[in-house]
Ligand binder design. Sequence first.
Ligand code: MV4
Length: 662
Amino acid sequence: MFGKILIANRGEIACRVIRTARRLGIRSVAIYSDADRAALHVESADEAFHVGPSPAAESYLAIERIIEACRSSGAQAVHPGYGFLSENPAFVEAVEAAGLVFIGPPASAIRAMGLKDAAKALMEQAGVPVVPGYHGDEQDAEFLAGRAAAIGYPVLIKARAGGGGKGMRRVEGPAAFRAALDGAGREALAAFGDGAVLIEKYLAKSRHIETQVFGDRHGNAVHLLERDCSLQRRHQKVIEEAPAPGMPEEMRREMGAAAVRAAQAIGYVGAGTVEFIADVSEGLRPDRFYFMEMNTRLQVEHPVTEAITGLDLVEWQLRVAAGEPLPLTQDEITLSGHAFEARVYAENPARGFLPSTGRLTRFDAPGGSMRVDSGVRQGDEVTPFYDPMIAKLIVHAPTRAEALGRLSDALARCRIAGVATNVGFLGRLCTESNFAAGDVDTGIIDRGLPWLLQEPRPPAEAIALAALAALGHLDPVETCEPWERLTGWRLWDAAPHFVMLEQGGEELEIPILPRGTGMFEVEIEERRLRLSVLRHEGDGDVLVDFGPRITTVAFTRRGEELTIFMDGAAYGFTVPDPLDAAHHEHAAGDHVVAPMPGRIISISAMSGGRVAKGEALIVMEAMKMELTLTAPRDGAIGTIGVAVGDQVSEGATLLSLAAKEV
Ligand code: MV4
């Protein structure tokens, strides 16, 4: 076995590989770009080498710099992860030319699968079923139109160099064929520098089912069952599962055997995935699955296979690369339970899933029996340079229903702030009826998109908590001195504090009435909510009594951004900066707000009295300084919410001017 390996990747997959290397007593070397100097994968590895500037083309794709890092570190082998150089045969050759081992297939196997038309021809010869269609060299438009007619419409035109749906066109009938062909060819040429296409029968209702395969250097190959990746959006996988729901045992056997034949046909070594498309217009049938392509790397979704087989696929990769035979025979590989993986992304579903960058001001993934594969930690920055995946949540349970329940629960307990995420979207997807029933197909997300994108409006309870958090009432109280805790509370009558919040483009002004230690009344849309803060559990978690319901909520505040986590949802609010409010008349509007926590020293305003803009109204002591708060505009004094001697928190409304006379 190797003594030291270099991981030519970053993020969660680099961390994933490092974990297994460490367990096997193999030292790990990370590489990093400028943006990743303090990244988790750098910290996790035994050593780390800089390979270049932040853009991947100058760092994680810079073959020479990476080979140089291998030499400097003395690594004996290179794990490519997924993406970046993982399926680049020139990289494999460079690694091998440097006298190192590539932890993956031979360059020849990658090349054999690189062009879809050649791969399909090869697979057909190997007895692997392929979608009825044309995948030859002839590209004459007349000729291709003839083939399309022979296949029977609808047909799908695909780029032979393609993948990810680029250069793909569905054609309903002969009249539309020429235009679609020209479009697909142009797109393929632009994307891959190769305009050649192939034509397939279009399968109207399909599933994406893929088989995990492994080969060793001794001519053995096995499969590790299948995954269903039908839940995709724009050819990006969203939730994957294993095994494929409803898969008949006979079909599993046939698909597995076909995948092994595919691997053997190209002399495959290491971890690979054979992607099939299953025609499910009449349900899953053993004779209705077809080879699509082979991914010659470890895939993002490999953990669901690990969950149901109990195997460590990275360990297998390392053993095979070191020349050991496959650890198990086909008979020894068994299926146990059901697993799901959800990909949590920093992206904004409401804005067309636009990647969201920024600092992860909060990142709490659920613990317990859950597997969370991540390459970032709280406080890290999600940059525009790389894939914005934050984490993969992987659950495993005896049955599909239980596993889906766990996934749903895990998503509900995810607390992420600082960037937009797809967590709510994933949570709703878990409740989609066809998916929940195991009746999946590749169209589920597109058909459900309108409601999957519906972010719920915050309930009154969440707005109330946001208002309390804005005033600091959800912060842990440091002192045990009861009088110090009675912010704004007076025996004879409670003085309301007004909190300004912004939510979903709306401005809210929320009155809060302190009702004693940790007790408040909050008025929202004419409704008075009574609630008590019972306990601070640390890190923003608070136990709240809404009477009769008690629930744990959480909040994160950074600058003006406030997130309330409640009942499995995250609600974002903006709290206008009180410092701005006090100093900028446009923001101050009708209120005098405490710019920081402190004590009221004197009040020169009188209820009903007229004041001029800039006139001193309240003096408070804050951080051992005296602050004079002035009238934000000309007008009459409305309510005075504080008394001399009151302790007030940052953002508390101290005084309001009467509404402007028109
Ligand atoms: C197809 C198909 C229907 N019929 N091929 C999408 C990406 C590329 N890997 C192949 N894709 C498809 N090929 C035939 N002959 C439907 C798709 C397809 C799809 C496949 C898997 C998962 C999601 C998908 C979403 C849209 C279309």
